[in-house]
Design a protein around this ligand. Sequence first.
Ligand code: FE2
Ligand code: FE2
Length: 281
Amino acid sequence: MKHWQIDEVAWDRFDPSKVDPDTIPIMKAAAMVERNGTDYAAYLKGVFSDDPDFCQAADTWAGEEVQHGDALGKWATLADPAWDYPAAFARYKAGYRIDTEADASIRGSRTGELIARCMVETGTSSYYTAVAEATEEPVLQQICRQIAADEYRHFKLFYDHMRRYLARENLSFLQRLRIAAGRVTETEDDELAFAFHCANDAPGVGYDHERCLAAYLGKAFGYYRQHHIGRGMGMIFKAVGLPPRGRLSDLSTRLAWQYVQRRQRRFAERSTPAGHFAEAA
Ligand SMILES: [Fe+2]
Ligand SMILES: [Fe+2]
């Protein structure tokens, strides 16, 4: 049972005058990644094939992720009625393949898989919170708040299963830390950049990873404020087995905040608002 339904969103409150045009391509891209939850659930069910409780939870989780995609897709279509959400998603699904036939985690263990899931949910939960606080458009605010609440529940879901597997698989702190850090750095891989391409580039335009990544993260990182990074850092610390609050967490937050600001500036410099490289780049 989902915690909210797409029909319950107050779509009639959509206010085009409050839409930041630079937000539209970013939400279109986010819709691609969210909508792809079903394929990821198929992968997870292969990895956890003898764990019926987890497989059931993965299906429920995927239903919620798909709803995130559809809600963002619907919002983006209101903001840009010419956009073809189903066609954009079909491109993404055809070009970004998840191994739905796998029978073991690409993270080397089930605990590792669940730690990686915790990192993704940490990222999405803090990201949609940041977007909800940054946007003035009431419908996007409402959607992002609902999505952020789901993402936080997803974190707790994967965290609880992770603790169960950790008791069996006994991954060391360093192994957990390595997996967590590895998943965070994957933010700059193809999943988001290719989503930006499929959601925004005209059919004849080729995929350029650097251009699309700069366009996406140059805008997306700009939504964050330090308190979002602090909250996310607490969740990361919890997932790897460190105390979520304290001096180490505070120090890591400050460093991560500086890093996000630096990356945001660098990406934004390389990208015009429309997502095309500036002449000088
Ligand atoms: Fe989501
Ligand atoms: Fe999620």
